[in-house]
Design a protein around this ligand. Structure first.
Ligand SMILES: [Zn+2]
Length: 326
């Protein structure tokens, strides 16, 4: 590929449950600039147009700031996003209900060509190209943030399923009749193994007067899941038993899901990213332990569980831009 082709730029959007990042990415996988805004301020009214206008104006401001010619193509990773239709469909973590033609709305307002992908699939695409690399053909990318997202590569191809909703791990049932989930189900993985899952374990501990509960402020935890996740991680590292218990619950839930997937897919590795993955060994040590106990593959090496080498949020931006790479 020529150096000019490498310099070709694309707009990329990582539409997250808590924050949305807008970036400019080139084909070589460099993020030339990015800007972020809190998602909730723009989706709480239930009007997608408000969010769309914010994305487009942020993207234009970023391009002006970078002093580069405006890209004409925008890739977006969105919760509940569907690559085939360009729609966001009933994402449990958004106020939008039904199907929202987000790609069409963005294209209409901006005049750019827009492609949309499920947010976790976008991260998996970014991992495949610029993280674990294309030589790893079978892997599961798991994003542990406000919720749990996943993208699955099988034989070097992203698994989208027949209708674009394949590869979804967050709503795997982990505990029959377990915690209520915004999807309408109960006992889904993301109610245990996400920032909101950690918070729920801690809130239950506070109500039950668990050891270590006195170090937490229940109201503060619910107000901001991302910073609450960081606080719980900090307390877990300091030895707080309730915080440690929250990570143990998350780890055991993930281990159960990973063991099932190992039997089904036999991937090379599981790649963790997102805020919770930054917690380090307080998550990965109990996860490894429980995963080994759950897997019945004593005569063969198990898939590795690794943390992404990419910077925070980079995989989703790179993957969203890469929707135009082939
Ligand atoms: Zn669910």
């Amino acid at each position: 590929m020529s150096s000019t082709a490498h310099q070709e730029t694309f707009l990329a959007v990582d539409f997250g449950g808590t924050g949305t990042a807008v970036g400019v990415v080139n084909r070589a996988g460099q993020i030339l600039g990015r800007t972020e805004f809190p998602t909730r301020d723009f989706v709480k009214l239930g009007l997608p147009e408000v969010f769309v206008h914010e994305v487009v104006s942020r993207a234009k401001a970023l391009v002006a700031e970078l002093g580069i010619p405006s890209p004409s193509r925008l890739g977006i990773g969105a919760p509940g996003g569907n690559f085939f239709t360009g729609e966001v469909c009933d994402s449990p973590n958004l106020a939008w209900r039904g199907s929202t033609p987000l790609a069409k709305l963005l294209a209409h307002v901006s005049g750019w060509e827009v492609r949309l992908e499920n947010d976790a699939n976008a991260s998996a695409l970014g991992e495949s190209l610029f993280g674990v690399g294309p030589e790893v053909r079978d892997f599961v990318a798991v994003t542990l943030g406000t919720g749990v997202g996943s993208g699955i590569f099988v034989h070097g191809q992203l698994l989208r399923g027949a209708d674009g909703f394949g590869g979804e791990l967050g709503h795997f049932n982990i505990v029959p009749d377990g915690r209520h989930c915004p999807c309408g189900g109960a006992g889904c993985l993301e109610t245990y193994a996400s920032a909101t899952g950690l918070i729920r374990t801690v809130l239950t501990g506070i109500r039950n007067g668990a050891s270590g509960a006195g170090d937490f402020d229940a109201v503060g935890l619910e107000a901001d899941p991302q910073s609450a996740g960081k606080r719980i991680a900090k307390l877990a590292r300091a030895g707080n038993p309730l915080a440690r218990d929250a990570f143990d619950v998350a780890a055991k839930s993930l281990a159960k899901a990973f063991a099932e997937l190992t039997g089904l897919l036999s991937p090379t590795c599981f790649v963790l990213s997102g805020g919770l993955s930054k917690a380090g060994t307080i998550l990965t040590a109990p996860l490894e332990r429980a995963y080994r106990q759950n897997c019945l593959r004593l005569d063969r090496p198990l898939p590795e569980i690794v943390c992404s080498d990419l910077g925070a949020g980079d995989a989703a931006l790179l993957g969203s831009a890469s929707l135009f790479f082939s």
